[in-house]
Design a protein around this ligand. Structure first.
Ligand code: TUI
Length: 315
């Protein structure tokens, strides 16, 4: 069976995390992944403290397994969300899109396991030194906000730099990707795009259909000029955004406000013209809607088969 030391540390069956996708990852999705033996993660991004508390309570009513909350560090609600995580004694917190150092001590003191998402060796080392339980190292193949490094070079460099377990993210959608990540030294994986089309995922059906239809070149990165590069499905919104980004008369403020709200339009309204359909490069590998249990069990079995067969390359 596919397992690693992160399974014992967190009390989960499989070393498979579901990404804390902003506006997408709610209690329904997180509880379904945790019930399937992975680590489900609720996105705190689009919620204030009380909305998050309600979502945590809902997840608790749906699963007795551990789950996590993701804190998007650029959110205006970061401070209150950080406090609710302490009060509710959430088992695991992951962070993204920034440096979590101001919050780490408070969470560790409250018994919360801290697993920051990092896109560089330097941030991985910094959080390891401050007591992080593990890191998720996320490559630029991911959907949403990304760093500069890609998964194949990033994972082994982070593995070499820290002693805590490294969870690989970015570009993984099936058992082959999981096996490859383990060969790079990762002890777990985090997947977003594959769980976007889970039956228990509440995104608009148009979002799921577009991910399932997407091929290898379906995504594009916009937003480098305003310091927030984000990968999404190519659509009328990303084409217009790219044009404005190249236009020297458009100010950074205009670009930022143009992007604001676009993710909600994709997730809730399925608005293909005006929405930002954040999605990883693996969309071409994601073929059908499945339950979280089907996804997690298929991933674990495929990875196990690939890892067992790897010995056949040794003459
Ligand atoms: O955070 C993510 N993915 C996200 S957040 C998000 S909401 C959003 N949408 C548009 C623009 C901005 C935010 C959608 N997807 N993944 C984790 C992640 N963290 N990827 C990259 C990073 C990161 C980047 C730079 C973490 C730290 C960092 O620098 C920290 C520092 O200050 O040194």
């Amino acid at each position: 069976m596919l397992k690693s030391r992160i399974c014992d540390i967190l009390g989960i069956k499989y070393p498979v995390f579901q990404g804390g996708m902003a506006w997408v990852a709610d209690a329904d999705l997180a509880a379904a992944v945790s019930n399937a033996g992975g680590l489900g993660i609720i996105a705190g991004m689009n919620m204030n403290g009380e909305q998050l508390r309600a979502e945590i309570k809902k997840a608790r009513s749906m699963t007795d397994k551990p789950f996590g909350v993701n804190v998007m560090l650029m959110s205006p609600f970061t401070a209150e969300v950080a406090e609710v995580i302490v009060e509710e004694k959430v088992p695991v917190v992951t962070t993204g899109a920034g440096n979590p150092l101001p919050y780490i001590k408070k969470w560790i003191d409250a018994g919360v396991k801290v697993i920051p998402v990092v896109a560089s060796v330097s941030l991985a080392q910094m959080v390891a030194k401050r007591g992080a339980t593990a890191v998720v190292a996320e490559g630029g193949e991911s959907g949403g906000h990304i760093g500069e490094a890609h998964t194949l070079p990033l994972i082994p460099q982070v593995v070499d730099a820290v002693d805590i377990p490294v969870i690989a993210a970015g570009g993984i959608a099936d058992g082959r990707g999981i096996a490859a990540a383990f060969m790079l030294g990762a002890e777990g994986v985090q997947l977003g795009t594959r769980f976007l089309v889970a039956k228990e995922c509440n995104v608009h059906q148009t979002y799921k259909d577009r991910v399932i239809k997407a091929g290898d070149s379906a995504t594009v990165v916009n937003g480098r000029r305003i310091g927030h590069p984000a990968r999404a499905l190519k659509n009328p919104f990303t084409r217009l955004f790219a044009e404005r980004e190249k236009d020297p008369t458009a100010t950074d403020e205009e670009l930022t406000s143009f992007g604001a709200g676009a993710l909600r339009k994709a997730v809730q309204d399925g608005d293909w013209e005006n929405g930002s359909f954040l999605c990883g490069q693996v969309a071409g590998l994601v073929k059908k809607e499945q339950t979280c249990r089907e996804i997690v069990e298929e991933l674990a079995l495929e990875a196990e088969t690939v890892l067992k067969n790897a010995a056949s390359y040794l003459g």
